[in-house]
Design a binder for this molecule. Structure first.
Ligand SMILES: [Zn+2]
Ligand SMILES: [Zn+2]
Length: 133
């Protein structure tokens, strides 16, 4: 997977620098990761570079933003991991990945019925996890 992303960077004219690959590694390990988590995991890389690299990854669809309330986290784009949604706990801030085949089916039907070609969708489910409720 990392190799695929390296190739994609090169094809788009970007060098897979050590810093870019280090940031990618963190996203792989702790996705969905907040920007602060990424910054704190890589004290040797300055904040501006982290922000710029994340923007680049988003432009190239390597990564995407996942919104939780007013904040967002970063995770791999849909081409690099299986499509899923998140359950976010308001209390302990845990973010659980969940597969939602019924929802995907409903979106598929709704877009088809309206002659619409969907490119992406977001779904935010916030509440309390089993430990916190
Ligand atoms: Zn919780
Ligand atoms: Zn979905």
């Amino acid at each position: 997977m990392q190799e695929e992303i390296k190739t994609l960077l090169k094809e788009q004219g970007f060098t897979p620098t050590k810093k870019r690959l280090a940031i990618l590694d963190v996203i792989f390990k702790i996705q969905p990761a907040s920007v602060n988590q990424i910054i704190n995991s890589l004290p040797e890389i300055d904040r501006a570079t982290v922000y710029r690299t994340i923007d680049l990854f988003i432009d190239l669809n390597i990564a995407k933003k996942v919104y939780t309330g007013f904040k967002y986290r970063i995770e791999l784009g849909d081409s690099f991991q299986e499509h899923h949604h998140h359950l976010t706990c308001l209390r302990c801030k845990t973010v659980m990945d969940v597969q939602t085949p019924e929802i995907e089916f409903a979106i598929d039907q709704t877009t088809k019925n309206n002659g619409f070609r969907p490119m992406r969708h977001d779904l935010e489910i916030i509440g309390y996890c089993a430990n916190c409720s």
